[in-house]
Design a protein around this ligand. Structure first.
Ligand SMILES: NC(=O)c1ccc[n+]([C@@H]2O[C@H](COP(=O)([O-])OP(=O)(O)OC[C@H]3O[C@@H](n4cnc5c(N)ncnc54)[C@H](OP(=O)(O)O)[C@@H]3O)[C@@H](O)[C@H]2O)c1
Length: 212
């Protein structure tokens, strides 16, 4: 697949690198530093390059939206034509100092994003794990049991694309249903963040659902 990365920070840089390692063509975009984007691309290998948000979105089978909530409008505008595109979003609707959700209960960041780009197909994924665990999950992908990763969205084909990317990073995709379920997955991330950053053990934390 061709995957455009919109936001090459903690999440975008790591996920983009892992998508490239998994064999996808990746374009890193949206940073204050073009040099950083180029270095990321160099390190991620031959399948990766740096570009503008518009270049990242062009011809992409999926774009990963990985920016702070306050930057969503800007990066979406810079990306240009997103009509018909699969947008896999890990972005959470956090306030400016990242202490709470700006949107919850009656809507979600993912649903508000879908309203901003109504002709695109939004899937909410990857936002429920800390960036610190991503490389470890990838390295452990051949183990018998994989950590879960919940995702949700309204479009079946786009969810298949997202599920493939989730598998490629080393998780077991758990389809939680329609996009409005992001109302539950987004606050769930605050629990994960509490365990990762405020409790002992370190932020290299993933989760696994089991049925009995
Ligand atoms: N970090 C996590 O563990 C985690 C986990 C789950 C969900 N999330 C969510 O995922 C999203 C991304 O988080 P993150 O931690 O990856 O954020 P981040 O590290 O701050 O990365 C954001 C990216 O956007 C770029 N950017 C910001 N303002 C810009 C501007 N004015 N012009 C150009 N580029 C700009 C940053 O540039 P620079 O490269 O110059 O910094 C960076 O590449 C957020 O919505 C967050 O809530 C994060």
């Amino acid at each position: 697949m061709r995957v455009g990365i919109l936001g090459s920070g903690l999440m975008g840089a790591k996920l983009g690198t892992l998508f490239a390692r998994a064999g996808h063509e990746v374009v890193f975009s949206y940073s204050h530093s073009d040099a950083k984007l180029k270095q990321l691309a160099r390190k991620a290998g031959k399948k990766a390059r740096a570009g503008t948000p518009a270049e990242a979105a062009q011809d992409a089978d999926a774009v990963l939206l990985a920016v702070h909530w306050s930057r969503v409008d800007d990066v979406v505008q810079q990306a240009g034509a997103l009509s018909g595109k699969v947008i896999v979003s890990c972005s959470l609707p956090m306030n400016a100092d990242d202490t709470g959700l700006l949107i919850a209960h009656t809507s979600s960041g993912a649903e508000e994003l879908a309203k901003k780009v109504p002709t695109a197909k939004v899937v909410s994924a990857f936002g429920t794990v800390p960036s610190e665990v991503l490389f470890d999950v990838f390295d452990a992908r051949r183990k018998a049991t994989r950590p879960s990763l919940v995702f949700c969205g309204d479009d079946k084909k786009s969810k298949k694309v997202a599920a493939q990317l989730i598998r490629d990073v080393g998780f077991d995709p758990v389809d939680a249903g329609p996009l409005r379920i992001a109302r539950y997955t987004e606050p769930f991330t605050l629990l994960i963040a509490q365990l990762a950053y405020e409790r002992p053990g370190g932020p290299e934390l993933a989760y696994r659902f089991e049925r009995f």
